[in-house]
Design a binder for this molecule. Structure first.
Ligand code: NA7
Length: 538
């Protein structure tokens, strides 16, 4: 086959989650010959896999859906202000049916490797069923949190009861009533599980390593009037989400913490705490997430709330983080989380005081004692952002392996292309603007931009595009610059590559672009306006 001969597809998408199906919509619209390969048995990605109890997003529902289509926005009715997994999954199904995308998607189909063929200017993509296909472009929509990691406790495989990582929670709902249940991990996922099952279970033992600052979500079901009002506000919602660095409806207020009196401050914080969603994190005084002193002041306020909500002072102290300030790691959103620990059937075990030694057939053994369980839920997080790229086995120009190139952390142009890997677009991937934003908002930006670029290449009869090395160097400096400016970039969490369950430590790996989506959009727009100067196009 010469470069004139067509590969099987113009474009292949890996993954049919929120990002992959939106990219599919675009390819369909552009009239490309495309396919999407998805390892799950249906669309949804994150919302397909995470079937654990209590799974929902913390974005206002109307800002989590796609905003590009007024019609779609009007047609779809969100039931809850912060939709649970099932509702989001239904929405994604609706999207796929509405735009008739399913016919080009292949499910239960895992991509096991992708290799660039310079001579044919295409990717050779190998699938788990043994097939291989060729495609001019490779578009990865892998998700940020799609490579779950279990703890590495000795004997973990010996447990005879039911146990699972939250990402792989069974499709068949589990009956927790009366059971002896353990939850290991207290990030956003563990907190959601605990809130949901605490009242059902016989007993719940929570194994907490480092506590997180959690805050009330204050979810509710939309009334009919609220739904109608929401639909009327389509333009306003689009504008609002497009005007905040995070892509949420919340934005920091212009004042600084210590510019106002203590009374004013506390009154404002009380309002935030009682309000819905991420306002208490992202809608705060502008220095709370960048300056340690204001952050400590706000953390004190939240600590007070935790002490009010937990009856046992010793438990309250165990649950107040001492190693980081509020909002410098992802804030788990909750409903009745702290109150759950007032119940007689709920116990907190601090793994900092009494680490887990091993797991056996019947339960968990810490340095203090043995606990017996029917069910162990591991909410222990992910090899975030690049773990799924590792599993993809991508080999670029001159046999260069992606993970070899990324051994000191990802190196990309704008978080969307990688020098040495022609015709690959890492949609919403490492170092892209979407990682630190309301994810679907960032996704729309990345996919719109990539799709316009694909159309540009077709129009100019170009079949090869590769980001320049200089762009990678500049982008890394930009990513590092913004990470240093926020307290969030300096804490150990999945955003900074921290995970004790994998061998590689990536705490300084520059995984996220924290400059905000407004700046990110500008960077991408500039490239398009100037004819993609950071790319070699042939
Ligand atoms: P996270 O936020 O990475 O949280 C994982 C939790 O599991 C966290 O509390 C960890 O404690 C704990 N953990 C991890 N490994 C272990 C071991 N080996 N032993 C005990 N405890 C452990 O993942 P989530 O799934 O909760 O949330 C991910 C994102 O999903 C979230 O940010 C939202 O964007 C949606 P640690 O803090 O490391 O001490």
């Amino acid at each position: 086959m010469s470069t004139d001969e067509l590969p099987d597809y113009d474009a292949v998408i890996v993954g049919a989650g929120v990002c992959g199906i939106f990219q599919a919509y675009w390819l369909q619209k552009l009239g490309f010959r495309w396919s999407a390969f998805e390892r799950g048995s249906d669309v949804g990605g994150t919302w397909y896999w995470n079937r654990y109890p209590g799974c929902r997003f913390d974005s206002e529902s109307e800002t989590y859906g796609y905003l590009f289509s007024r019609e779609l926005f009007q047609e779809w009715t969100w039931r809850e202000r912060f939709a649970p997994r099932e509702e989001t999954e239904r929405y994604l199904h609706y999207f796929v049916e509405k735009f008739d995308l399913r016919k080009h998607m292949q499910f239960n189909c895992k991509v096991t490797s992708a290799r660039w063929e310079e001579r044919r200017r295409c990717w050779i993509i190998t699938l788990s069923d043994g097939r291989s296909v060729s495609s001019r472009f490779l578009l990865t929509a892998l998700g940020l949190l799609s490579d779950p990691t279990l703890p590495r406790y000795p004997g973990i495989e010996r447990f005879k009861g039911t146990s699972f990582h939250t990402y792989y929670a069974p499709k068949e709902p589990i009956d927790y009533r009366g059971k002896r249940v353990a939850v290991v991990g207290t990030g956003s996922t563990g907190v959601q599980v605990i809130c949901e099952i605490a009242e059902q279970v016989g007993s719940l033992t929570v194994f907490q390593r480092r506590p997180n600052w959690c805050a009330p979500l204050n979810n509710a079901v939309f009334s009919a009037e609220e739904t109608a009002e929401l639909k009327d506000r389509y333009d306003e919602i689009c504008e609002l989400c497009g005007s905040t660095p995070s892509g949420y409806v919340h934005n920091a207020v212009a004042k600084r913490t210590f510019d106002v009196s203590k009374e004013e401050r506390v009154e404002f914080w009380e309002r935030l705490y009682a309000d819905r969603g991420f306002g208490k994190w992202l809608g705060n005084y502008k220095d709370v997430l960048t300056d340690p002193e204001p952050n400590a002041e706000y953390s004190k306020f939240i600590a007070g709330k935790i002490r009010q909500r937990i009856k046992n002072p010793a438990v309250a102290e165990m649950m107040i983080p001492k190693d980081h300030g509020f909002g410098t790691r992802r804030v788990p959103m909750e409903r009745g989380y702290y109150e759950a620990f007032n119940q007689d059937n709920v116990e907190l075990v601090s793994l900092e005081d009494t680490p887990i030694k091993e797991i056996d057939e019947t339960g968990i053994l810490t340095t203090a004692r043995k606990y017996e369980f029917d069910i162990i839920v591991y909410a222990t997080g992910f090899d975030a952002i690049i773990g799924s790229y590792e599993k993809l086995n991508v080999v670029g120009r001159d046999g260069l392996r992606l993970m070899e190139k990324w051994k000191a952390g990802p190196r990309t142009a704008f978080g969307i292309a990688v020098p040495g890997f022609p015709n690959l677009f890492t949609l919403a991937g490492p170092q892209s603007g979407s990682v630190a934003t309301n994810f679907p908002r960032g996704i729309e930006d990345a996919v719109n931009w990539t799709s316009n670029l694909l159309a540009f290449l077709r129009e100019h009869k170009c079949t090869r595009i590769e980001a320049a090395q200089a762009a990678e160097v500049q982008w890394l400096a930009e990513v590092q610059k913004w990470s240093k400016r926020i307290l969030f970039g300096q804490q150990n969490s999945w955003f900074t590559g921290y995970n004790t369950n994998v061998d590689r430590r990536r705490a300084d790996a520059a995984l996220i672009y924290a400059g905000g989506q407004i700046r990110y959009r500008k960077v991408l727009a500039q490239q398009a306006e100037q004819g993609y100067p950071a790319f070699d196009v042939q």
